[in-house]
Design a binder for this molecule. Structure first.
Ligand code: DHB
Ligand code: MG
Length: 215
């Protein structure tokens, strides 16, 4: 999946059971070709995201952190026929690559990008009284708690909130690691698990995935 991420034998075994996904593989290649980091969500969690979007009959989805459009396609694949994904991306160059990739994958109409600081875009969406059925948080780790608060504000009842990388490639358990992102995600995880507004679980496979339903 990501930057020198070593997958366990079990993760590799499970991944091998699935045939390569040509569309998603191409997006990974294009993303790398543009010099962007190789940090798309794991293949296994990408499949889970498509399933959750679909099971929740999602019409409006919101993603925070587009990268090259890999997760965008995973989300768009599960949307209802008239569904839409709004994708927030800080960097114009990344949004451009993502737009190109998802258009090539056939989801150009289903996904729109808002470029800029996600906190401002989220405040704007709150201002506009927008509501969403599904959220995928996969941006700067220090912003996770703020993004979760915005997601809850913007959520329809029973909306799903998915959060990537809550293990930070092992750093979360390494006491030597005390950087701001690691500290923020440690605190985020504790708060997430005890948040009474949510019904949740956390999957420890790959780089960790937090999943919640807004009560
Ligand atoms: C990394 C992976 C991610 O998926 C991400 O969103 C940010 C960082 C990483 O492995 O460094
Ligand atoms: Mg991620």
């Amino acid at each position: 999946m990501s930057l020198e991420q070593s997958l366990s034998a079990e993760e590799q075994y499970v991944d091998r059971l699935y045939s390569p996904d040509a569309v998603l593989e191409k997006i990974k290649q294009q993303t790398a070709a543009h010099g962007m980091p190789d940090i798309a969500v794991s293949d296994g969690y990408g499949r889970l995201i498509t399933m959750l979007v679909s099971m929740n009959k999602t019409k409006q989805a919101l993603e925070i952190g587009a990268l090259g459009g890999y997760s965008g396609v995973c989300i768009a694949r599960g949307l209802q026929p008239d569904g839409h994904l709004t994708s927030l991306e800080l960097l114009p160059a990344y949004a451009e690559v993502a737009k190109q990739n998802v258009t090539e994958a056939g989801f150009g109409e289903a996904i729109s990008y808002i470029v800029g600081d996600a906190k401002q875009s989220l405040a704007q969406l709150v201002e506009e009284n927008k509501r969403f059925d599904f959220f995928f948080i996969d941006a700067d780790k220090e912003g996770y708690q703020t993004y979760l608060e915005f997601a809850i504000k913007l959520a329809n009842k029973n909306a799903l909130i998915i959060v990537d990388n809550i293990l930070l490639r092992g750093r979360i358990l390494n006491e030597q690691k005390q950087g701001p992102a690691v500290r923020a995600v440690r605190e985020f995880n504790i708060n997430f698990a005890s948040d009474t507004r949510l019904e949740s679980t956390i999957l420890p496979g790959y780089d960790g995935l937090a999943i919640a339903r807004v009560k």
